[in-house]
Write a protein that binds this ligand. Structure first.
Ligand code: FMN
Length: 177
């Protein structure tokens, strides 16, 4: 799929068919995450692929907005390793870039996904850290629920002319340059 088309047609998918996601597809999704830009190219990420039903259910009960995990065949926990940081404070931004790449890669392959926020909510981080047995230097950042879509969504209109300013903060003029 064309990159721009993937960016504008990707939607959060929260209803999934009972079809597993092949390991090769998961590998491609993780690889897309690993190709994200990162501060000083620090690549501080780890990816925990979770398909064990008991663990998905446990996470669903620990996270307030994760009911779709009841249907999702797999989820990937994106984590940042603070021991790998070269520029302190950037690990979460790097992990965000990796997460977005993963959503787009999944969409490109016809796989639905939704980003579940973990960082910076301490309660969710503690719960995920405990459930997945993370060491202290590994911070859970986001959980990407994945599966073949059982819903379709239209492309919303998100163009906001009033958010574009020319050269400096000024009244939006409706022009780019
Ligand atoms: C940081 C972040 C946290 C999010 N957390 C959740 C979540 O916990 N549960 C959920 O169902 N969706 C979550 N989402 C998905 C958003 O609700 C979704 O991206 C937004 O409504 C826009 O819809 P779209 O992804 O279809 O464009 C999160 C998205 C981001 C970027």
């Amino acid at each position: 799929m064309d990159t721009l088309k993937a960016i504008v047609t990707r939607r959060s998918i929260r209803k999934f068919r009972q079809k597993s996601v092949a390991p090769e597809a998961l590998r491609t999704i993780i690889e897309a995450g690993m190709y994200a830009p990162s501060a000083r190219n620090e690549q501080p990420w780890h990816f925990i692929v979770i398909s064990e039903r008991g663990i998905l259910d446990e996470i669903m009960h620990a996270h307030p907005y994760a009911s779709m995990l009841a249907q999702a065949p797999v989820a990937i926990l994106v984590c940042g390793d603070t021991n790998l940081e070269k520029s302190p404070g950037y690990w979460s931004i790097d992990c965000a870039a990796a997460t977005q790449n993963m959503l787009l890669a999944a969409h490109d392959m016809g796989i639905g996904s939704v980003w579940l926020g973990v960082h910076p909510r301490q309660g969710r981080k503690d719960a995920l850290g405990k459930i997945c047995g993370l060491p202290h230097h590994v911070e859970p950042f986001s959980l990407v629920a994945l599966g073949y879509p059982d819903e379709t969504k239209e492309k919303p209109d998100r163009w906001r002319e009033e958010r574009i300013h020319t050269d400096r903060w000024n009244e939006p003029s409706g022009r780019i340059v």
